[in-house]
Design a protein around this ligand. Structure first.
Ligand code: FE
Length: 352
């Protein structure tokens, strides 16, 4: 271990608040015994990743230090420049990964293991970022107020029969921007603009709240359908801390849009090695570990997501929503339309 890393270990030991960042050491291995480290900036919550990071440490002897970053990861990496302690990042949504890539904060990785385990559509063609789990952006539909066949595609949401029946979070949230970018990729900017305008015209209320808040609104009769990521269904349906969310989940069916067309928009949670990684080899080992069967199953199950690796078993609740056809476009293609998507949301005044 270099002197730099010893210092980092000391700094990262325990939990301290650093603005919006909480710093947590999650390995049980005493620092004196840890010959190797990898330092991780994570947008994923510690409870989601600790169980399998502990296994990684036991298996490899590499201690994992995690800085949990609720926001501001890009700004922080930028400010730290080549002095950053971060070797790797874990984050969600292609828009955030590509923002880091565009700011030249990541470096390309060549790994046969990652290339074998992760389908090409869910990793950067040059190895700059890698998807580790997937989530579909689906339609939540009230069980009785929405009749079978009323919503079979994203396009249906923009049609007149949905007037006053849709709830959604902000059009500028990463999740909705990625969905809109996928529509631009499939149908072009003009059609995507018409779609955004059409959905806006059908909203039951101004965009507000998170994905779960929309399902609550469906349950309360504010609207009939909403856009949301799949894992929130799992999170609500099993929520022992806030059991009221079980009643929200019970009020809706999940619909995978586009099954007769290009398929449902799928996004990722992913990882990447930072441009200035001091422990690059360890960072690659960690990414490879996260792409293998053991971590894949655990990682996906923790948050009701889909493993990115083929053949890994799904959580029974996730499996109960059924198999579906995913849009096969490479997420890197989608990321190219992110700025245009944001422009369209402004143009149609989606949140206004
Ligand atoms: Fe989310």
């Amino acid at each position: 271990m270099t002197r730099v890393n010893t210092k980092i270990n000391r700094v990262l030991h325990g939990t301290i608040a650093l603005g919006s960042l909480a710093v947590t050491t999650i390995s049980d291995i005493p620092a004196a015994k840890a010959a190797e480290v990898v330092n991780l900036y994570s947008y994923r919550q510690p409870f989601l990743i600790k169980p399998f990071l502990d296994v990684f440490t036991k298996k490899t002897g590499i201690k994992v230090n995690v800085v949990f970053a609720k926001k501001g990861m890009l700004q922080r990496l930028k400010a730290e420049g080549r002095n950053t302690p971060a070797d790797a990042v874990l984050t969600v949504d292609i828009s955030r990964l590509s923002a880091l890539a565009n700011a030249e904060l990541l470096q390309p990785i060549k790994s046969k293991v990652l290339e074998k385990n992760i389908p090409a559509q869910y990793r950067h063609p040059d190895g700059i970022w890698f998807g580790l789990t997937t989530r579909a952006r689906i339609v939540y539909a009230h069980k009785t107020r929405v009749k079978p066949g009323e919503v079979a595609s994203y396009e249906d949401l923009a049609k007149p029969h949905m007037k006053g029946r849709i709830c959604t979070r902000s059009g500028k949230h990463a999740y909705n921007l990625s969905l809109l970018a996928s529509i631009i990729a499939a149908k072009g900017e003009k059609a995507a603009t018409d779609w955004a305008r059409g959905v806006k015209a059908n909203l039951a209320r101004r965009p507000q709240g998170n994905d779960r808040a929309q399902v609550k609104a469906i349950k309360e009769g504010v609207c009939d359908v909403s856009l949301g990521n799949t894992y929130y269904m799992g999170a609500m349906a099993t929520n022992e801390k806030k059991p009221v969310q079980k009643t929200w989940a019970a009020a809706v069916n999940v619909i995978f849009p586009g099954q007769n067309e290009r398929g449902t928009h799928v996004n990722i949670s992913g990882a990447a090695v930072t441009e200035h990684a001091k422990n690059k080899a360890n960072a690659i080992k960690l990414l490879e570990f996260l792409s293998e069967n053991f971590a894949q199953k655990m990682y996906a199950e923790q948050n009701f997501e889909y493993p990115v690796k083929a053949g890994v078993e799904w959580h029974p609740l996730v499996a109960s929503w059924g198999k579906f056809k995913a849009d096969t476009i490479n997420l890197n293609e989608i990321s190219k339309y992110r700025a245009t998507a944001a422009k369209i949301m402004d143009r149609v005044d989606f949140d206004g």
